[in-house]
Write a protein that binds this ligand. Sequence first.
Ligand SMILES: *Cc1c(COP(=O)(O)O)cnc(C)c1O
Length: 391
Amino acid sequence: MSDELDLDTLAIRAGIHRSAFNEHSEALYLTSSYVFESAQQAADRFCNREPGNIYSRFTNPTVTAFQERLAALEGGEACVATSSGMAAILSVLMGLLKAGDHVVASQSIFGSTVQLLTNIMGRFGIGTTFVPLSDLAAWKAAARPTTRMFFVETPSNPTMELVDIAALSEVAHAASALLVVDNCFCTPVLQRPLLLGADLVVHSATKYLDGQGRVLGGAVVGSKALVMDGGIFQFLRTAGPSMSPFNAWVCLKGLETLGLRMEAQSRNAQALAQWLERHPDVTRVYYPGLPSHPQHELASRQQSRGGAIVTFDVRGGQAKAWHVIDSTHLISITGNLGDTKSTITHPATTTHGRISEEARQAAGIGPGMIRLSVGLESLKDLQADLLRGLG
Ligand SMILES: *Cc1c(COP(=O)(O)O)cnc(C)c1O
């Protein structure tokens, strides 16, 4: 389906291939393998002379539908779905890199991605240099002749720092490296990195794409040359961290409401951020949609809204932050995000609890910091829930 259609339409209509039953809603194909009409057809399928399904580790019609729909939304030619967000990132690294290659990554990326790059890829002779997200000169300086890939998340977690994707893609390409953007926080509804010059987008579908906290999933989107022919699909179908048909069906239906959810959750987040900024016990609010955000101008250019994650610092350090968190009745205390249910977490002792105090300070994560993933509850009820502890 072409990109002449609006995102709202693609989210509902892209990737539909009806079966002979002409079902209206997308079918869930719970099958591990497929039957051939003859030995000749089996041979043709296996030897790539005829396109078609062979085995669900390779392809499955429900997974294909999800892949086509997400590719359409991100404006990419091809997409492969994976069993989790980390499996998507693993597939990119294993599919495209070899021993001796080098990666430059933002120092503000998901903890498991840092572990994957350092502890696991490091064992296979792939080195990573971490640089401050928005410091383009540092990215440039870190690139070596062996650098194959730049890896970022924008906005970052939990401090909501941004990088100019178009500018960074120029730095990456000048160094003959690919730019990979983890677009988990924004989703294609708010930001489309491929259209800004990025080469690959990765997703944790576990977050906003499902959006209701039901399944794990992930995806890689980009050109056909990189995703299908460049080694990513080859790694996935051989090694097997593929998305299950059931999870693909859940995420496929999730995409249908993604636009409405991102819009409503971002609207809630924007209002909460403005309200928190005025509270006497809140010393700082980190939200790209606020004019006080140091990169508000970039955010307005690069994202259609501020997103649904709001981070703030409270006066009184960890004791006060924990008090605010423990006083909530409604908001769930969980490290997860991207759900229709609002969640609250204390980064310094959870997501960033195992790094050194020094590293935490360098990352700008203080003891009084709280991260909110804003859901679809009413603004009034969320405010009342936060006021229980904020006072
Ligand atoms: C959650 C998350 C991941 C990992 O996704 P899983 O589905 O948990 O494997 C990667 N990147 C970001 C930004 C995330 O928030």
